[in-house]
Ligand binder design. Structure first.
Ligand code: PNS
Length: 169
């Protein structure tokens, strides 16, 4: 074995609001976990959104649905993604792309992150066809009107979401 064959440990972060985690997010998490040695799913602050769940609540929901993926860790961070990236010696930022509408802002963020931290490469995974139309805000809207969200979020967290956002009458 020469130096080129030595095992390189690749640590990735998947930042997002996850308010709450959907089947679309989970599908990206499962695929990214196969590509990297360690994946940190990072509940982060999107300054343009007003979340329904606290960061800790969102992390708890994520841990509930990721418990069976051994190389996945869930964390929270209130700051710049690149600061967490550097502090935790990460190698890659993972993002999911659903449609062209995601592309513009994701492209911008990837460039800004690279500008702020030269080492911060972003890798995009395309959402599967089932998830292209899915978003946390749609899930919240459906549940708030008493609709069925079982096709959109993991079964383990349906009751938690209903308890917080569902109709009481
Ligand atoms: O799930 P979202 O809301 O699309 O995720 C967006 C998020 C949280 C990843 C983005 O807003 C973010 O990176 N927030 C942290 C602050 C930061 O590092 N911004 C990047 C430079 S603009």
């Amino acid at each position: 074995m020469n130096n080129n064959d030595a095992k390189i440990m690749r640590k990735a972060i998947y930042p997002g609001s996850f308010d709450p985690v959907t089947n679309g997010h989970l599908e990206i998490i499962r695929r990214a976990a196969k590509l990297f040695d360690k994946l940190i799913v990072l509940v982060s602050v999107n300054a343009t959104k007003n979340p329904s769940f606290t960061s800790e609540e969102r992390a708890t929901l994520l841990r509930k649905v990721c418990y069976d993926i051994p190389n996945v860790e869930v964390d929270t961070f209130d700051g710049l993604i690149v600061d967490y990236f550097e502090e935790h010696d990460c190698d890659i930022i993972v993002k999911g792309l659903r449609a062209m509408s995601d592309f513009e802002s994701e492209f911008q963020m990837a460039h800004i992150n690279k500008h702020l931290c030269e080492k911060a490469e972003t890798v995009f995974l395309c959402a599967d066809s089932e998830s292209t139309y899915l978003s946390s805000s749609m899930v919240k809207q459906i549940v708030s009107f008493g609709g069925d969200i079982s096709a959109f979020v993991p079964a383990a967290i349906i009751d938690d979401i209903k308890k917080r956002l569902g109709r009481t009458t």
